[in-house]
Write a protein that binds this ligand. Structure first.
Ligand code: FES
Length: 105
């Protein structure tokens, strides 16, 4: 089974298998949008906020995702697998490199 992942910041969409992390699914297709770092939950650059859809997640470092953030859908894309179609926003510290137009400082 694979699901559609929509990156709101770039309006890009890709397919991710249910057994693949959102980040590796994107990379496997040679797509960009979510910043890629350590791929192992350690650096926090792949931080995203899931705005719709269901997912499974592995334990994430509190250095990168606080309890409050996790409660509102903030996760690390390298630790999360889709269970339905997903919509997400990039929220990590590399966000400004993804969204080029000066929306944020
Ligand atoms: S790529 Fe480093 S935490 Fe996800």
């Amino acid at each position: 089974m694979s699901y559609k992942v929509f990156i709101e910041d770039t309006q890009e969409e890709y397919q991710c298998r249910e057994d693949q992390h959102l980040l590796s699914g994107m990379e496997a297709l040679g797509r960009k949008g979510i910043p890629v770092g350590c791929r192992g939950g350690g650096c926090g650059v792949c931080k995203i906020e899931i705005t719709s859809g269901q997912y499974t997640k592995r334990v994430m470092s509190r250095d990168h995702v606080t309890v409050e953030e996790e409660a509102r859908g903030c996760v690390l894309a390298c630790r999360v697998k889709p269970q339905t179609d997903i919509s997400l926003k990039v929220v990590g510290k590399m966000k400004k490199n993804v969204v080029r137009v000066g929306i944020e400082k």
